[in-house]
Design a protein around this ligand. Structure first.
Ligand SMILES: NC(=O)c1ccc[n+]([C@@H]2O[C@H](COP(=O)([O-])OP(=O)(O)OC[C@H]3O[C@@H](n4cnc5c(N)ncnc54)[C@H](OP(=O)(O)O)[C@@H]3O)[C@@H](O)[C@H]2O)c1
Length: 246
């Protein structure tokens, strides 16, 4: 049995992951701000340990990672999943919202890594899994605040892969398409090939066991997004404008 550390586990994909892993008998430490949601999960599964914290707060994160290592034990796999999503267009540019997206989605990952990597380096083992998104592949309409945070995480995961795998630390990135969660409930458009959080969690758990750097799903949607990723700009913009009727 392993010890999983999951950020952003009070709802959506993180919650589904925590339940699925804990019900397989693993020890699961979960982080999020909504303490009542975390307590409810702990009531359901006694092998769930809760660490209420805001991932954008460096000192809070340092404290809870230290407490988790001391009280629960060394972490085998950290799934850095906490995220914020607000659809905002380039014409709605607002420094505060853009900064909040970076602070949670990007720096929230960095703060946890800053506490965990020295531990993994000492042990010469560990598993880091970063929650990216297919929305980070290229610029998309109304994704000006969110998309760049996921593009930054993709670059970070690649850099960590190169630096840390020689030290025995496994690094993976998750790139989901649309998943039915609180985050996507605010979208006012039809989300192609949307899947449930439980199905996403099952695909992630399967991917964690593989040696693939990127865990991406659902396949059909991801193939289209990967094809769009390699198109020349002029063609990419034409297709996206046509699809989104912009
Ligand atoms: N749903 C999709 O279609 C989709 C697609 C691609 C990638 N993703 C990514 O998947 C991850 C999970 O999102 P979701 O779709 O499952 O949405 P969700 O249900 O809204 O879950 C987001 C989680 O992040 C936590 N969180 C947000 N801000 C936080 C903060 N400052 N500190 C600590 N925890 C924080 C939330 O907990 P609290 O509010 O309790 O703090 C919640 O547990 C995100 O990184 C998202 O970008 C989702």
């Amino acid at each position: 049995m392993s010890h999983y550390f999951i950020s952003g586990a009070s709802s959506g994909i993180g919650k589904a992951l925590a339940i699925a892993l804990a019900s397989k008998g693993h020890i699961v430490s979960i982080v999020a701000r909504r303490i009542e949601h975390l307590k409810e999960l702990q009531k359901e599964q006694e092998n769930i340990h809760i660490f209420p914290a805001d991932v954008s707060n460096r000192l809070e994160i340092k404290k809870i990672v230290k407490a988790c290592l001391k009280n629960v034990g060394s972490i085998d796999c950290a799934i850095l999943n906490a995220g914020k999503y607000l659809p905002l267009g380039g014409d709605e540019l607002n420094s505060e919202e853009f900064n909040a997206h970076m602070s949670v989605n990007y720096m929230g990952v960095v703060h946890i890594l800053a506490s965990l990597i020295p531990e993994f380096k000492n042990l010469q083992k560990g598993h880091i899994v970063i929650m990216g998104s297919t929305a980070g592949y290229r610029g998309l309409p109304r994704s000006a605040a969110y998309g760049p945070t996921k593009a930054a995480l993709s670059n970070l995961a690649e850099a960590l892969y190169l630096d840390l795998t020689p030290m025995g630390i496994k690094v993976q990135i998750i790139s989901p398409g649309f998943v039915e969660t609180e985050a996507t409930a605010i979208n006012d458009f039809k989300m192609p090939q949307i899947i449930s959080a439980e199905k996403a969690a099952a695909k992630i758990i399967k991917g964690l066991k593989s040696n693939q750097f990127e865990i991406c799903f659902p396949k059909g949607f991801v193939y289209i997004m990967k094809f769009l990723k390699i198109l020349p700009n002029s063609l990419y913009f034409k297709i996206i404008k046509w699809v989104t009727k912009k």
